[in-house]
Design a protein around this ligand. Structure first.
Ligand SMILES: CC(=O)Nc1cc[nH]c(=O)n1
Length: 104
């Protein structure tokens, strides 16, 4: 059974709603999203729903493969993205890039 809910830190909400952030990078525990499924997005801090997302793809990636392109899709610099990912997932080398569109 694929996951149907995804939480984001509140600080990412505006970027998601304005389509500036179109991917999220997650670990093994949060990778089981089905392509073309609708997922409800809420804030991590207070579980407040803020939009529905259409999952476009889920792709495995190594930490060392994070690129400027991923950073652009996260609306960050590559250095910011590397820092954020290392803070959220310390010592994790194997991650997943989940791309999505805002469901209207
Ligand atoms: C709550 C949480 O882990 N949020 C994340 C993690 C990685 N990327 C992201 O956009 N949001």
């Amino acid at each position: 059974m694929s996951l149907s809910k995804m939480t984001f830190f509140e600080r990412f909400e505006a970027d998601i709603l304005s389509c500036k952030k179109t991917i999220t990078i997650r670990d093994e525990l949060e990778k089981d999203y089905a392509e073309n499924s609708l997922v409800q997005a809420s804030t991590y801090e207070d579980d407040r729903w803020f939009c529905a997302l259409l999952i476009k793809s889920v792709e495995a990636i190594c930490l060392s493969q994070l690129s400027e392109f991923h950073a652009e899709q996260e609306n960050m610099t590559l250095s910011e993205l590397q820092t954020v990912i290392q803070e959220i997932y310390p010592d994790q080398q194997h991650l997943y890039v989940i791309s999505y569109e805002l469901a209207r």
